[in-house]
Design a protein around this ligand. Structure first.
Ligand code: BGC
Length: 716
């Protein structure tokens, strides 16, 4: 069994009630008097976080420092999945860590279950994901959490990856933008966010031992950028090092990725905590850059103390790790704010219920809509099929991000409510194909809900819909031409029946308001505007990681032979036709893009301050009869000599338009769009040459082109 027993263990610890502590005690010492008469100079809020950390470290004993660099297990208070006790002598607050990619996890009750991260990412709406972060942060803070273990920002390399639903998709730039917006949202509400899982966490199979063999350019250009954005623009306080190895070394003791990349190059001054059970050593981890072991002290407790006492680890090393933890604690106010939240609090609100529904609508992608079958008319007689029509509705993924939903609106309930009294909405679960055919034959419209069961700890064996769901679709579509398929999946699936059905919606794992949201989309109360942040392949072998040495690996090695050609980059580089490309999604209205201008048309290769950034402008028109939103996407094609994939996303904007309305769209492209990582010189370079900017509404529909010439730096 490939299942991870590890996270199950964590959930049990998290859910065990050991004792309920008052919040002030749980959260630390800010409310306690100056015990032991230590003068707390670090409590001076006008000092910089780094200075405050140094002042505090000067007063800490070795044992007090050791307490900071690991979690305690079992956790002595109710709730949470990670815990560092407070230091009452010095007034250091406790750290209370909880999972929460789509809501407060670890068995918490009375919280909001939002749609999965892949759904909110599909909105391509940075304001929406910022708000998503705020809702998460607010509920976590009210639960007494001061470190939220999210977001998960890894680029999806393998479409079968069991944690695809927790991610933002397959593009490094896109994931970075999403991460920044979500992190800012979370951290604005109190908790410190945690960018995870660092680095090359791209599969669940064999995840505790898997070794990702990947060249440096690919690491720098594909897998590092979301973390770079999270650190430099999102100012994330913590990063979680992953279970896997990168180039033979476990992430949490890997000096190249932790020290060279994060500390030296990205100037990260927050802390690196290990994933739960991902620490493998004491001295190697300390020297390799790991600041904090989670969830226990197996390597960073007594063993670390002994390593300091016998000189293998210096006090300077310990101080550096403690400083990395304290700096974000000071910066994000953990010493200064009072935290009155607690794990038993009811943090739900009707605003958050409404928000959950809104995200589900904004994240639902219309993939196919022949002859404008959708939206439905209220009078149509409908037959609903599949488990999602019942209490088994698939509303979230499994593993550490799982949340106890306060309620579930099933699709059947949502559709019945929306269709109204007197309308005909029948239902069959689809387990009996003959009965399904009988019902489908007499209905005007058939809606089949299908799903995958994706979870941390397990990759999907393949991209097929599990069980007999493909047969159910074939059976229903065989007798009813107006068949609509709704996918409740966490990642792409194969659709062997695609030509036989009239419409397809990808609704992802859409949270507690599932049924209400899908009914609003089906009946056109909400006009879909989402775009897929993942490619949907045509067949099992037409994917970038189809070979076993790539995934799940041979002898524990997963070799990244596709290099930079991850996701849509591979489809374009190999001229492989996807079923639905990255960036694709339809609407109930239509749009037209025109008048693309890039300025300046030429720029010197230093991108000096006076030159500034490149802007592209165009016009977007709603040419249909309904209000709607279009996502304008810009891709850059480098000169061939740069050896980059054919074209890569470098900007996007979501524009809301009334029927007939035209609006300008302006996208700003950074120097990075025109840069490549030069491994011999260990830096990003901007080679001279002609770069093409392609603009459109998906990675495969790019009608507008402009050129930008990067030239010599003019001599003075
Ligand atoms: C997961 C992390 C999670 C941790 C604590 C691990 O198994 O990989 O994402 O934060 O457990 O639950």
């Amino acid at each position: 069994m490939r299942k991870s027993l590890h996270f199950l263990g964590c959930l049990i610890v998290g859910a065990t009630t050991l004792l309920t502590a008052p919040a002030a005690w749980a959260q630390g010492g800010q409310n306690t008097a100056n015990e032991g008469h230590v003068s707390r100079s670090w409590m001076n809020k006008s000092l910089l976080a780094a200075r405050r950390a140094d002042l505090l470290i000067e007063k800490m004993t070795l044992d007090e420092k050791i307490v900071m660099v690991h979690g305690v297990s079992p956790i002595p208070i109710k709730g949470y999945v990670g815990y560092v006790p407070p230091n009452l002598r010095l007034g250091i607050p406790a750290l209370t860590l909880a999972d929460g990619r789509a809501g407060v996890g670890n068995g918490a009750r009375d919280i909001t279950l939002l749609p999965a991260p892949i759904a909110v990412a599909s909105s391509w709406d940075l304001d929406l994901i910022n708000e998503y972060g705020k809702v998460l942060g607010q509920e976590q803070w009210a639960k007494g959490t001061n470190v939220e273990l999210g977001p998960s920002i890894d680029v999806v390399r393998v479409p079968e990856w069991g944690r695809t639903f927790e991610s933002y998709g397959e593009d490094p730039y896109f994931n970075g933008q999403m991460a920044v917006a979500e992190i800012k949202g979370i951290q604005s509400q109190g908790p410190i966010a945690d960018a995870n899982m660092y680095l090359t966490m791209n599969q669940e199979n064999n995840r505790f031992k898997e070794d990702s063999i990947v060249d440096e350019r690919t690491l720098r250009e594909i897998y590092l950028p979301p973390f770079e954005a999270a650190i430099q623009e999102g100012h994330v306080g913590t990063v979680m090092c992953a279970y896997v190895k990168t180039n033979n070394i476990y992430s949490c003791e890997n000096p190249q990725i932790q020290i060279d990349f994060l500390r030296k190059d990205l100037k990260f001054d927050g802390w690196i905590m290990s994933d739960w059970g991902a620490t493998h050593s004491t001295v190697a981890a300390i020297k390799g850059g790991l600041d904090q072991q989670m969830p226990d002290d197996a390597f960073y407790g007594k063993a670390l103390r002994a390593a300091v006492l016998d000189g293998q680890v210096s006090m300077g090393d310990i101080d550096e790790h403690v400083r990395n933890i304290l700096v974000p604690m000071f910066r994000y106010g953990l010493f200064d704010k009072s935290q009155s939240g607690n794990w038993s609090a009811n943090v739900r609100s009707s605003e958050h219920d409404v928000f959950s529904r809104m995200v589900a609508e904004q994240g639902t992608i219309l993939l196919k809509n022949d002859d404008g079958l959708l939206p439905l008319s209220a009078k149509a007689s409908i037959a609903v099929f599949g488990a999602a029509g019942s209490k088994e509705a698939k509303i979230e993924g499994g593993g550490s991000s799982a949340v106890v939903a306060p309620y579930t609106v099933t699709p059947l309930e949502g559709i019945r409510k929306r269709a109204g009294a007197g309308s005909e909405v029948n239902y069959a679960d689809g387990s009996d194909l003959a009965a399904a055919a009988k019902l489908a034959r007499v209905a005007e419209i058939a809606v089949v809900f299908v799903h995958t069961d994706e979870t941390e700890g397990d990759d999907r064996p393949d991209l097929k819909l599990p069980g007999t769901q493909d047969q159910l679709i074939e059976t229903v579509a065989g007798v009813n031409k107006k068949t609509i398929v709704v996918l409740d999946t966490g990642g792409p699936v194969l659709m062997p029946w695609i030509d036989k059905v009239a419409a397809v919606l990808e609704a992802w794992y859409s949270g507690q308001e599932d049924g209400n949201a899908i009914a609003e989309v089906l009946y056109g109360d909400f006009n879909p505007s989402a775009k897929s942040p993942l490619t949907f392949p045509r067949s099992a072998d037409s994917i970038p990681t189809a070979r076993q040495d790539q995934w799940p690996g041979v002898n524990g090695l997963s070799t990244y032979t596709e290099k930079l050609n991850v996701g849509y980059r591979w489809y374009d580089a190999t001229d492989t036709k996807p079923l639905f490309p990255f960036g694709f999604g339809l609407s109930y209205t239509t749009f037209q893009l025109s008048n693309l201008v890039a300025s300046p048309a030429s720029i010197d290769s230093t991108f000096g301050q006076s030159v500034g950034k490149v802007q592209i402008r165009l016009e977007v028109k709603n040419t249909g009869s309904r209000a709607g939103a279009e996502v304008v996407q810009a891709y850059v094609a480098h000169p061939a000599s740069n050896g980059e994939p054919p074209h890569q996303l470098c900007g996007f904007a979501k524009i809301q338009l009334k029927p007939g309305e035209t609006k300008p769209a302006t996208l700003t492209l950074s120097q990075r769009a025109f840069s490549m990582y030069d491994v011999p010189s260990h830096r990003w370079v901007t080679p001279e040459g002609v770069y093409e900017i392609l603009v459109g509404t998906s990675s495969r529909d790019l009608p507008l082109h402009a050129r930008i010439t990067i030239g010599h730096t003019p001599s003075k």
